[in-house]
Design a binder for this molecule. Structure first.
Ligand code: IFM
Length: 465
């Protein structure tokens, strides 16, 4: 009897220690927003107030990349990949309207713009570069500068040229060298005009959605490939970092890291707690560790593991942080993904993506980055899909109040880019999700500033006082 009691007590103690060890101390963080409103603004004169976009989502005519193929294809059940078989197509026709769009940025007081260059338009076939595309991006950069807007260029934002996709894209170990050749061309052309560079956008989202969840091309479901792709994306980042710094030593180079907060649906369930911890570690912390120490470890016991050690450490000048929401994830051995999301927030706190509006998560994400580095952080994306425009104003205000609090608490944040300048093609969701500061009528291409976006203008105004 005593032995049995001893065993039970021991197991209980282990359980409690496990909970204490794996639980994120900040999971209960809650701010008093009335108090945050009273805190004076600390953004500073040089703060970058921007918006962000990506080429495939807004430019139009991206017909030479893997997304075009994906949008045109059917899935295994002969259903279109994108609802209503939508295709990015002409998108916002930004390629032809960039001058007008830059005026839209200027008219609302932005002093920065993050956008991506479309690899498939620049390197149309392997080793064949289109000088007109390079000239186009140079003109866009000139136009931004002429309007007092600091460009931040993303080199890879989810899309690959078809020729690169066909040979395995970032599954291939020579992908960093192939990507590097494109970077050399871009930097030779734009390097003297662009100070801020994001090498890769959201490596973990690209890897998981394309190689595990099947929502992005090539629509695979193989966790081992996720690990391999992530590894090669990180190697590609380092390659890009070295090339840019060689051409332009003063450039500021980072990657855009997507930090979703992962919490357990039940804080008393050790399996939930450990699952959330592992997801956080593999998809958030490990990428930061790689940037700082050059060491990457991907490990989901029994599912997939991979590691990478680079000779290059400290391969970044800033961290680009994309923050949107928190997910509650738990282990679910019955489902295909083995991990299942649980929605706990009430409808009034959900965006059109069904993502919880959770401004405290921005603080937690910033703190996570700060655990690894004190180098500057730029919030390279933050925003919401809200077609009714009933939640946008509060979302923007609350997130910027939290950002201000983080700065007041000593976190080195130098800029904020709202996602997105205008409604655009939201990948697997097509045109149904509207994130824009500007509403876009896709038949006339008319842009109209949303009422809710005025909160951004107001925060920028106060931030500059
Ligand atoms: O639209 C995307 C963007 O391309 C990458 N970050 C998240 C956004 C909203 O889902």
């Amino acid at each position: 009897m005593m032995v049995a009691i001893g065993i039970v007590m021991g197991l209980l103690a282990l359980y409690v220690v496990g909970l204490l060890w794996f639980t994120d101390r900040d999971a209960d963080l809650q701010f008093d927003f009335a108090e945050l409103r009273r805190t004076s603004f600390r953004f500073g004169k040089d703060f970058l107030w921007g918006s962000a976009t990506s080429a495939h989502q807004i430019e139009g005519n991206c017909f030479n990349n893997n997304w075009f193929q994906f949008e045109s294809a059917m899935d295994e059940q002969n259903r279109p990949r994108i609802p209503n078989h939508q295709k990015a197509g002409a998108a916002c026709d930004h390629w032809n309207r960039y001058e007008e769009d830059i005026q839209l940025m200027r008219s609302i007081g932005l002093n920065a713009y993050r956008f991506s260059v479309e690899w498939s338009k620049v390197e149309v076939e392997e080793g064949v570069f289109d000088d007109r595309a390079l000239a186009h991006y140079e003109q866009e950069v000139d136009e931004l500068r002429a309007n007092g807007i600091e460009p931040m260029v993303t080199l890879h934002h989810f899309t690959n040229p078809i020729w690169f996709e066909n040979r395995g894209a970032f599954l291939q170990d020579n992908s960093p060298a192939v990507f590097g050749r494109f970077i050399e061309k871009i930097v030779a052309r734009l390097g003297h005009k662009v100070r801020f560079w994001c090498t890769i956008n959201e490596p973990s989202v690209y890897a998981i959605n394309g190689y595990f969840r099947g929502e992005f091309p090539p629509a695979l479901k193989d966790p081992k490939k996720v690990a391999r792709v992530l590894r090669n994306l990180l190697r590609s980042h380092t390659e890009a970092y070295s090339i840019i710094k060689k051409f332009v030593p003063g450039a500021q180079v980072g990657l855009a890291l997507s930090v979703f907060i992962f919490d357990p649906p039940s804080r008393w369930n050790l399996i939930d707690v450990v699952t959330a911890h592992l997801i956080n570690k593999n998809f958030n912390g490990s990428i930061l560790r790689y940037l700082v120490e050059g060491k990457y470890e991907f490990s989901f016991p029994g599912v997939a593991s991979d590691s990478l050690e680079s000779t290059v450490r400290d391969s970044f000048d800033f961290v680009g942080l994309n923050y949107y929401t928190r997910f509650y994830e738990r282990l679910d051995l019955s489902g295909d993904d083995k991990i299942a999301g649980v929605i706990k927030a009430p409808p009034e706190k959900l965006t059109d993506m069904n993502w919880e509006i959770y401004p405290e998560g921005l603080y937690r994400a910033l703190k996570l980055v700060r655990e690894y580095t004190s180098k500057p952080i730029y919030v390279t994306e933050n925003g919401l899909a809200d077609d009714s425009d009933t939640k946008r104003a509060k979302f923007i205000e609350d997130h910027l109040l939290v950002l201000n609090k983080a700065i007041a608490d000593g976190i080195n944040v130098k800029g904020y880019f709202y996602w997105s300048l205008m409604d655009n093609f939201e990948w697997a969701y097509g045109y149904s999700k509207r994130f824009g500061l500007y509403h876009v009528d896709f038949t006339t291409q008319e842009r109209a500033l949303r009422k809710g976006s005025e909160a951004y203008l107001e925060m920028i105004r106060k931030g500059r006082e």
